[in-house]
Structure formats: structure tokens, C-alpha cells
Design a protein around this ligand. Structure first.
Ligand code: 7TS
Length: 421
């Protein structure tokens, strides 16, 4: 591990071939073939350092946090809070009070919809989303709008899968209370102008929530520069364990919100008929949290810091540009999303005009290639694109150009298999 870390630092550019040794699962054979893992938008694989951290935690440190006065409890608490500090640094150097642990992006957005939304959204208010949202940033607002009588409005996409920004004044109008937008689409790959959208939201007195599930793993994100009021993401999409997510929220907004869950940890004093809330961030962290996975998120952040997010982004641009070029050679494919990698990340959705995406994914799996097929939890977007489902290849730091070539060869082979070509 040490030698690999050293050699990584010597490379200005990230070298996926060197990194691959850090990810044991990449040695697996699937259906007798080398695994080609192209489902990173769903979840990424984990390096040894994360796997070992999980084991080390249970082997040496396991205790409940924030409540014991014994050594193990202090060590577990310190490791748990250490990750919070690393997260605060990772997204631009915010206060640890502004970093709330959740189970994932989904829970983070639900937290805002319940704790902020139910207090601040009223009949006639407007919530602005986009046509490319994941269900996690859609369903909580649909439910809230139904409950309160608020109106939902959607910023439309253009033919390239970019947001249409020209009629924005009519959409982000004075009655808008919240603009909630994905930073990077999990289907189209589109990177949205969230800083500009935050500015437009604030100009109307609305708050800005950014769904960062696909962006924090791939871009250098600075929530202060964006001026996001809330920013949500998941550890498991950035080399970390499942079951840990982050909600960043501006301190003054979080201070004025009611808790999401009630119980232990989140109180300062309880009497038989009254309870006072703990200070931030613990006010929003009722019950025993997911300690082990939060602790093991730290080496994932270290790993990405060590590579440098600029190098991560450069690699992604390179491999995505290559994939888009190679896929465009296959004339029977329709590839979705922006063609310029300046405006997009590495989630590439496509359909073969004659093969169902599920058949395609199953065929690719028989060649050891893992892609996702379906609506990718963005059904309204699929409908907007005129499809029921797509196949999606999504790249990360350990993917290589050779793997893209193998994907393209397998897609040609599928054509021969299903269409007798
Ligand atoms: N927002 C976006 C943009 C996402 O891509 C996802 C997960 C979520 C929210 C929800 O994250 P979670 O960690 O709470 O589940 N996206 C995907 C995907 O594209 N394939 O599987 C999960």
C-alpha cells in the first residue's frame, strides 16, 4: 500500500493500472472473465484501506459513541468525529457543526424535506426541481407539495441533456421557496450550473439544495463557493462504505430547524414532560449512528485526497471522452447526455435501438462487464427522453481505456448474438 501511495504521488496524472491493486474485488472473475466494473454511479468499489479500517474498528475499537467514559468509547468517538472533520475539509472547509451524518443522500434530502420543508413550505409556495432528478430528490418534494398545496416546477432539459436556462426567471419566480437540483445527473452525466442556480434562488429569497451524490465523488466541490444552503451526498459512491451519507447545511439554517428523529443523542435535557435539543450537529443524529462505516469513510477520503480531485476529474474526462467517441462508432446506439466532457461526468447512458437494455446488460454480464440497465431511479427523465430504460456504463478512478474497448467489443458481439449481424 505504501509503495502504491508513493508512486501515486509521483504521477501528476492518475494511473488506473497502479490503483487497481488497491481494490481486491477487481481481481474477481465473473462468468470466467475478468471483472470490468462499470456501475460506479450505483456504488464504487472499496480499497483495502477502507476494508481494513472496518475490520480494525470492530477488532480493536468497537464501542458506542458520545456516551462512555472508558477508553474504547473515547477512541470510537474520536474516530467517528475525525471523519466528520475530514468531510468538512473535503467539501471546502466548513464547520463540523454543519456536517450531519445520515444513511445516505436519500435520507439527507428527506431530512430537509421533513425538518425544513414542513415548517417553511406553505400552500402556494413553489419548489423548483429539474427534469433530470433522481427519485431521491423528487419523491420527498412530491409528497411535501401534496401535503402542503405547494407547487412543483421543473427546469426543462434541452436535446443535449443540459438545463435550459433561458426562461429561468419564470420558473424561479418570487414565490419560490426552494430550488433543489442535482449537481451531476446519474443518467445523462450532465454537470449543472449549481452556483448560478443558487444565485438565482437567493435573488428570489429561496434556498438552494444540491444533490451531490454524483458530484462529490468526481469533482472538487466547494459548498461555500457554490453558496449552497444544503448539500447532500453518499459515502458509498466515493470509495466509502454503504450506510453513511452527509447532509451539509448552513449553520444558521440548521439552528432554526426542528429535529428529524427524536430519542437518545439528540437531546440536551429531558424531563417527564419536556425535552431540549442537543447542539449541532448532534441535534439531527438521534440514536446510535453507523459508527463503523463512518469511521471507515475516513480512509476513503484520504485516498481521494491523496490522488487529488483534479486528477480524479481529469481521468474521468479522458475516459469519458474516449468512451463517447468509441460508442459513437456504433451507429445502432443512441447515447444520451452532453457530448462535451466539459459539461459532463462519467455516467454514460445509451440504448441499442434493437436490443432491450436488460438483455444487453445480461449479455455484457456474461462477458464479465457490469453495467446497470433500467430507469436509474429517474422515471420522469426516462419518459422525457422517450425511453423506458437505458443501459448505463459509469466510470471511476480504476477504469481503463482497455475496459472501454472491451465494452465496445462486447456491444458489437451482442449485436451479432441478438440481431444476427
Ligand atoms: N441522487 C443521485 C443523483 C443519485 O445518483 C443517487 C443514487 C441518489 C441521489 C441516492 O443515493 P443513495 O446513496 O441515497 O441511494 N444513484 C444510483 C444510481 O444511479 N444507481 O444506483 C443508485
Amino acid at each position: 500500500m505504501d509503495t502504491i501511495t508513493t508512486s501515486k504521488k509521483e504521477h501528476k496524472q492518475l494511473d488506473p493500472m497502479i490503483l487497481r491493486d488497491d481494490f481486491p474485488i477487481l481481481n474477481r472473475k465473473i462468468n470466467g472473465k475478468d471483472l470490468i466494473y462499470l456501475d460506479n454511479a450505483a456504488t464504487t468499489q472499496k480499497p483495502w484501506s477502507v476494508i481494513e479500517s472496518l475490520r480494525r474498528y470492530y477488532e480493536y475499537q468497537n464501542a458506542n459513541v458520545h456516551r462512555g467514559l472508558h477508553t474504547l468509547a473515547e477512541e470510537a468517538t474520536s474516530a467517528f468525529e475525525n471523519t466528520r472533520e475530514k468531510v468538512a475539509q473535503f467539501i471546502g472547509g466548513v464547520k463540523t457543526e454543519e456536517i450531519i451524518y445520515t444513511r445516505g443522500t436519500t435520507e439527507a434530502i428527506n431530512l430537509v424535506a421533513y425538518s425544513w420543508g414542513r415548517k417553511n413550505i406553505k400552500e402556494g409556495d413553489r419548489i423548483v426541481l429539474t427534469e433530470m432528478e433522481h427519485h431521491a430528490n423528487l419523491v420527498p418534494w412530491i409528497v411535501l407539495a401534496k401535503e402542503t398545496g405547494a407547487e412543483l416546477r421543473y427546469i426543462p432539459i434541452d436535446v443535449d441533456g443540459m438545463l435550459q436556462m433561458d426562461n429561468l426567471d419564470q420558473i424561479i419566480a418570487p414565490d419560490t421557496k426552494l430550488v433543489s437540483v442535482t449537481h451531476m445527473s446519474n443518467v445523462l452525466g450532465t454537470i449543472n450550473p449549481v452556483k448560478e442556480l443558487a444565485e438565482r434562488a437567493h435573488a428570489q429569497g429561496a434556498l438552494m439544495l444540491v444533490d451531490g451524490a454524483q458530484s462529490v465523488p468526481h469533482l472538487q466541490v466547494n459548498v461555500k463557493d457554490i453558496d449552497a444552503d444544503f448539500y447532500a451526498f453518499s459515502a458509498h459512491k466515493m470509495l466509502g462504505p454503504t450506510g453513511v451519507g452527509i447532509l451539509y447545511g448552513k449553520e444558521e439554517i440548521l439552528e432554526n430547524m426542528e429535529p428529524f428523529n427524536y430519542g437518545g443523542e439528540m437531546i440536551s435535557e429531558v424531563r417527564f414532560d419536556h425535552a431540549d435539543w442537543n447542539s449541532l450537529p448532534w441535534k439531527f443524529e438521534a440514536g446510535t449512528p453507523n459508527i463503523a462505516d463512518a469511521v471507515a469513510f475516513a480512509p476513503a477520503l484520504d485516498y481521494l485526497n491523496d490522488l487529488g480531485m483534479e486528477a480524479v476529474r481529469e481521468h474521468e474526462k479522458e475516459i469519458t471522452a474516449y468512451a463517447l467517441r468509441r460508442l459513437s462508432e456504433l451507429k445502432y446506439l443512441r447515447v444520451f447526455g452532453p457530448t462535451d466532457v466539459k459539461h459532463r461526468g462519467g455516467a454514460v447512458s445509451f440504448i441499442d435501438r434493437e436490443i432491450h437494455p436488460h438483455d444487453l446488460a445480461t449479455f455484457l454480464d456474461s462477458r464479465g462487464i457490469a453495467v446497470r440497465a433500467g430507469h436509474h431511479c429517474a422515471q420522469p427523465l426516462a419518459k422525457r427522453l422517450g425511453v423506458v430504460s437505458t443501459a448505463r456504463a459509469s466510470f471511476y478512478i480504476y477504469n481503463t481505456m482497455e475496459e472501454v474497448d472491451k465494452l465496445v467489443e462486447a456491444l458489437k458481439e451482442a449485436r451479432r448474438y441478438f440481431c444476427n449481424e
